[in-house]
Design a protein around this ligand. Structure first.
Ligand SMILES: [Zn+2]
Length: 67
């Protein structure tokens, strides 16, 4: 009995996770990325301006922002 309950809850968790993943990718497709500052240190570009790298938590896309 316990095995059946565990299996059902595991399957539910997988379904929920899949739903969350597809929701995330839809957000990214619509340009709503979850930007997080990269652990890389900000660096100076050719113009001597400070550049910070951001990475999307959902799709790992990178963007750079002048600060
Ligand atoms: Zn993204």
């Amino acid at each position: 009995m316990a095995d059946i309950i565990d299996f059902k809850s595991a399957a539910k968790n997988i379904q929920r996770k899949r739903a969350e993943d597809s929701k995330k990718s839809i957000l990214c497709l619509e340009g709503h990325h979850k930007w997080q500052a990269s652990k890389k240190k900000p660096f100076e570009n050719k113009q001597g301006r400070l550049v910070t790298v951001y990475i999307c938590k959902n799709c790992q896309r990178e963007k750079t922002v002048l600060s």
